[in-house]
Design a protein around this ligand. Structure first.
Ligand code: 13P
Length: 282
């Protein structure tokens, strides 16, 4: 912290809009950013299994600190059913993707408007698996984020480098490009609706987690890159989540880092006990 900066952190159970925020004072201007633990179920569970999982998370919700926003992102087929299971609780619903077109003859696609109509609050966009297996480019993601925002969804925009990019020392350049090519097209108002998830591709589903120092270093860089375009306040208000083999045993150390505002959890979000234990790490 720089001299002269007054920084008071307190956690307010701000229930406005059903969200929970950290309230931080920085240069006397209040900063609101949410602590978030989001479960990306990917293509796992049948609908009955998903319903059971959502209900099990709801049953344990009272053990989660009240300033942590839980989000579940089940497959499309589960959204209505899982949405019913979490209705009336503070858990928010997210989709894992949306179409890059508003509507029409796009067989197999699901639009942002459809997701909004079933009470989704968030949508995960730009996950490395979408970029890698489905050829999603920055141009696709600009379109998807635009449609998500137009329809009142909050994008969880995923970024992160591949193993060879980290080994070559290019990880900062890779995430900078992923931010500049997509997020820099937004207005400040739009940017204030974005959650960023840093997920190093080499850590996803591999059991290899970034060390807390590696994660903090890049999270701070992400925040600085956002600040360079949108200003410090918007950057400070942006929740930046870590994803990649996050589990109960490593969440505490990761979440203790100054610029890590929670996690985007894959495998460990499929067990209610583990998912909740991660959220309890705060
Ligand atoms: P794992 O937690 O299974 O490594 O997956 C992380 C992820 O990709 C979340 O989006």
């Amino acid at each position: 912290m720089k001299v002269g900066q007054v920084r008071l952190r307190r956690f307010a159970n701000t229930v406005a809009n059903g969200y929970f925020c950290s309230v931080i004072k920085f240069n006397n201007s209040p900063i609101m950013r949410k602590k978030i633990v989001a479960g990306n179920w990917k293509m796992n569970t049948t609908v009955p299994e998903g319903k059971e999982l959502a209900e099990a998370i709801v049953a344990k919700l009272s053990t989660v600190p009240s300033d942590v926003q839980l989000i579940i992102a089940p497959p499309f087929t589960h959204l209505c059913c899982a949405g019913k299971a979490i209705k009336g609780t503070s858990i928010a619903l997210s989709a894992q993707n949306c179409a890059d077109q508003p509507k029409g003859a796009f067989t197999g696609e699901v639009s942002a408007a459809m997701l909004k109509s079933i009470d989704c609050t968030y949508v995960i966009l730009g996950h490395s698996e979408r970029r890698q297996y489905y050829g999603e480019t920055s141009a696709t993601l600009v379109a998807k984020i635009g449609l998500a925002l137009e329809n009142g969804l909050k994008p969880i925009y995923c970024i992160g480098e591949k193993l060879e990019e980290r080994e070559a020392g290019h990880h900062f350049d890779v995430v900078k490009a992923q931010i500049e090519e997509v997020l820099y097209t937004l207005t400040p108002e739009q940017m204030s609706q974005i959650v960023v998830a840093y997920e190093p591709v080499w850590a996803i589903g591999t059991g290899k987690t970034a060390t807390s120092e590696q994660a903090q270093e890049i999270h701070a860089f992400v925040r600085k890159t956002i600040a360079a375009k949108f200003g410090q306040q918007i950057a400070d208000d942006c929740s930046i989540l870590y994803g990649g083999s996050c589990k109960p045993s490593n969440a505490k150390e990761l979440f203790a880092q100054k610029d890590i505002d929670g996690g985007l959890i894959g495998g460990a979000s499929l067990k209610a006990d583990d998912f909740v234990a991660i959220a309890q790490s705060y």
